[in-house]
Design a protein around this ligand. Sequence first.
Ligand code: ZN
Length: 82
Amino acid sequence: MVPVSIEKFATLHMKHNPKESKKNLIESLEAAVSAKENGACCGQCGQPIWAVGTAIAGWNSCFTCLTGEADHSDDYEIDQVC
Ligand SMILES: [Zn+2]
C-alpha cells in the first residue's frame, strides 16, 4: 500500500468528493487508525482492517472484502498504520 497522512488523504478524497465534510472524514480516519492500532479485524474475514476503507465504508473492513480485489499495491493506507 502507498502510505499517506490523514491530512493528505482527506485533501485528495475531497477533490473527488467535494460535497462531503472534510472534518467528518478526518474524524472517521482517526477513529479507523486507532481501531487498527488496537488490532481491529475485518467484520467479514478477520484480516486486519484497511483504515482508509473502514473510514469511508463505516464498518471494519479489509481491502479485499471492501474492493473485491487482492492487489492493493496502488491504494492508499494511512502512514501510521501502513
Ligand atoms: Zn475481510
